[in-house]
Ligand binder design. Structure first.
Ligand code: NDP
Ligand code: 2IT
Length: 444
C-alpha cells in the first residue's frame, strides 16, 4: 500500500467519527501523492505525514455560565494547537451549535497550510465552542465569553497561540474575550486579533477576508484572460466574509445578486444593497429575509438553493459542505466559470472534483480566504511594535499578499504539470514550507 493510503487509513481509524477532519486530510494527502511518490521512503521513515496529521495538542474544556433566567448552562470549549512549525499557533474561534472536535480539527488542519501560504510567521490552530450566540442577550454572550477565556487563557499568549474570530465570533465577542484575558493575566498584549480599533485592533481586519477573496479571484481571472468587471456574482452567507467580499466585488465593477443565511437566500437582480444588508446583519443582528421585506426588487426563498441563481462567478462564504455536486452541475449549466471559496471547505469533494474536471476556475479556501489570517498577522506585528498603520497601508499589504499567494499556487501547480489545478497548487505550496521547517527543527 502506498504511504499516503496507509496514513489515510490510520487517520480514519484513530479519529473515528471526525468526518470533516477525514475529508480535509484526504484532500491534502491526495494532492501530495505526486510530491511524496518522488521520495516515499524518506517521508515514511521520518513519519512526516503521521506528524502533520496529529495535532501537537488538543484542549477540551467545560464552559459553565448563567443565562438571563438564572439557569446554569454548560458548553464545551476547544483549542486545537495543530502545528507550530513556522510560528505561534494562529487561527479563529468558532461559536456555533455544530462545533465538535472533528470540525475544529479540520479547521486547524486547513489553517496550517493556509497560514504557510501567507508567507508570514504563523502556525496553525483553531478553537471554539458549541455555544450558539443567536438569540442571546449581550450579557449572556459576555458571561459565556468570560467563562470560556477563564480556561483558555492558560494555553494562549502573544508568542504562543493567538486566536481570532470565525463563525459566531466577531468584534463583540473578541472584546469580551480580550477584557477577560487582560483581567486574569494583567497583560495588555496582542493575544487576540480582530480587536476593536480603540484597543489594539488593525484597520482593514474587518474587511480583510472578503477583500482578500476578491483580490485573489481577480488575479485568477486575469491569469486566464478575464476580469471581474461586468460579471454577475452569487455570494452565499451574509456574515463578515460575505459582506466584505460583496463590497470589494462591487468596487471592482461586478454585480452581486445574492446573499443568504442558514434560513434561506435573497435574489436581487438589481444588485444587492449592501447598506441594507449591513443594517440588518451588523446592526440589528436580524435575518436575511428582512432584506426582501425592505426592497421590492428582491425575492426571498426559504431553504437552500442559492446556487440555482445564474451567475458568472460564485463565492461560497457561509460554511463547510454548503455546495455539493448537484450545485456544482447547476452552476456550470447556468454559465458559471469561476468559483473561489471564502468559507473553509464549502465545496464537497465531489463538487471540487467536478469543477476541476470541467475546466472551471476554482480557488480553494486555504488560498482564497487567507487574507483574513494574513491581516491578523499584520495586526500582531503592529501590536508588537506598538504602532498602527493606516487603512491604505494595511490594504495594500493585503493586496500584495493575495497576489503573491496566487503566484505561489500557480507556480506549484505548474511545477508538477498540473496547470490550473489550484487545489493541488495550494496544498503542495503550503506543505513544502511547513515540511522544510519541520525537518530543520528535528523530530518535532
Ligand atoms: P459569520 O458568523 O460572520 O457569518 C457566517 C454566515 O454563514 C452567516 O450568514 C450564517 O448564517 C451562515 N452560516 C453559518 N453556518 C451556516 C450553516 N450551517 N448553514 C448555512 N449558513 C450558515 O462568519 P464568517 O463570515 O466569519 O465566516 C464564514 C466562513 O468564512 C466560515 O467558513 C469561516 O470559517 C470562513 N472564514 C472566516 C474568516 C474570518 O476572518 N472571519 C477567515 C477565513 C475563513 P446564520 O446567521 O443563519 O448562522
Ligand atoms: O479561518 C480563518 O482563517 C479565520 N477564521 C481567521 C483566523 C485568524 O487568525 O485571523
Amino acid at each position: 500500500m502506498s504511504y499516503v493510503d496507509e496514513v489515510m487509513e490510520r487517520v480514519i481509524a484513530k479519529n473515528p467519527s471526525e468526518k470533516e477532519f477525514h475529508q480535509a486530510v484526504k484532500e491534502v494527502l491526495d494532492s501530495l501523492r505526486i510530491v511524496i511518490e518522488k521520495n516515499e521512503e524518506k517521508f515514511r521513515k521520518n513519519a512526516v505525514l503521521e506528524r502533520i496529521t496529529e495535532p501537537e495538542r488538543v484542549v477540551s474544556f467545560r464552559v459553565p455560565w448563567v443565562d438571563d433566567n438564572g439557569q446554569v448552562q454548560v458548553n464545551r470549549g476547544f483549542r486545537v494547537q495543530f502545528s507550530s512549525a513556522i510560528g505561534p499557533y494562529k487561527g479563529g474561534l468558532r461559536f456555533h451549535p455544530s462545533v465538535n472536535q472533528g470540525i475544529i480539527k479540520f479547521l486547524g488542519f486547513e489553517q496550517i497550510f493556509k497560514n504557510s501560504l501567507t508567507g508570514l510567521p504563523i502556525g496553525g490552530g483553531k478553537g471554539g465552542s458549541d455555544f450558539d450566540p443567536k438569540g442571546k442577550s449581550d450579557r449572556e454572550v459576555m458571561a459565556f465569553c468570560q467563562s470560556f477565556m477563564t480556561e483558555l487563557y492558560k494555553y494562549i499568549g502573544k508568542d504562543t497561540d493567538v486566536p481570532a474570530g470565525d463563525i459566531g465570533v466577531g468584534g463583540r465577542e473578541i472584546g469580551f474575550l480580550y477584557g477577560q484575558y487582560k483581567r486574569i493575566t494583567g497583560l495588555y498584549e496582542g493575544v487576540l486579533t480582530g480587536k476593536g480599533l480603540t484597543y489594539g485592533g488593525s484597520l482593514t481586519r474587518t474587511e480583510a477576508t472578503g477583500y482578500g477573496l476578491v483580490y485573489i479571484t481577480e488575479e485568477m481571472l486575469k491569469a486566464n484572460g478575464k476580469e471581474l468587471a461586468g460579471k454577475t456574482v452569487v455570494i452565499s452567507g451574509s456574515g463578515n466574509v460575505a459582506i466584505y467580499a460583496a463590497q470589494k466585488a462591487m468596487q471592482l465593477g461586478a454585480k452581486v445578486v445574492s446573499m443568504s443565511d442558514s434560513n434561506g437566500y435573497v435574489y436581487d437582480p438589481e444588485g444587492i444593497d449592501l447598506d441594507l444588508v449591513k443594517e440588518i446583519k451588523e446592526v440589528r443582528r436580524g435575518r436575511i429575509k428582512e432584506y426582501a421585506e425592505a426592497k421590492a426588487s428582491a425575492q426571498y426563498t426559504e431553504g437552500k438553493g442559492v446556487w440555482t441563481i445564474p451567475c458568472d462567478v460564485a463565492l461560497p462564504c457561509a460554511t463547510q459542505n454548503e455546495l455539493d455536486l448537484e450545485d456544482a452541475k447547476t452552476l456550470k449549466a447556468n454559465g458559471c466559470f469561476a468559483v473561489a471559496e471564502g468559507a473553509n471547505m464549502p465545496s464537497t469533494r465531489e463538487a471540487t472534483d467536478f469543477f476541476l474536471e470541467n475546466d472551471m476556475l476554482f480557488m480553494p479556501g486555504k488560498a482564497a480566504n487567507a487574507g483574513g489570517v494574513a491581516t491578523s498577522a499584520l495586526e500582531m506585528s503592529q501590536n508588537s511594535q506598538r504602532m498602527s498603520w493606516t487603512f491604505e497601508e494595511v490594504d495594500s499589504k493585503l493586496h500584495q499578499i493575495m497576489i503573491d499567494i496566487f503566484k505561489k499556487v500557480d507556480e506549484a501547480s505548474k511545477k508538477y504539470d498540473l496547470e490550473k489545478n489550484y487545489v493541488a497548487g495550494a496544498n503542495i505550496a503550503g506543505f513544502e514550507k511547513v515540511v522544510d521547517a519541520m525537518n530543520a527543527q528535528g523530530i518535532v
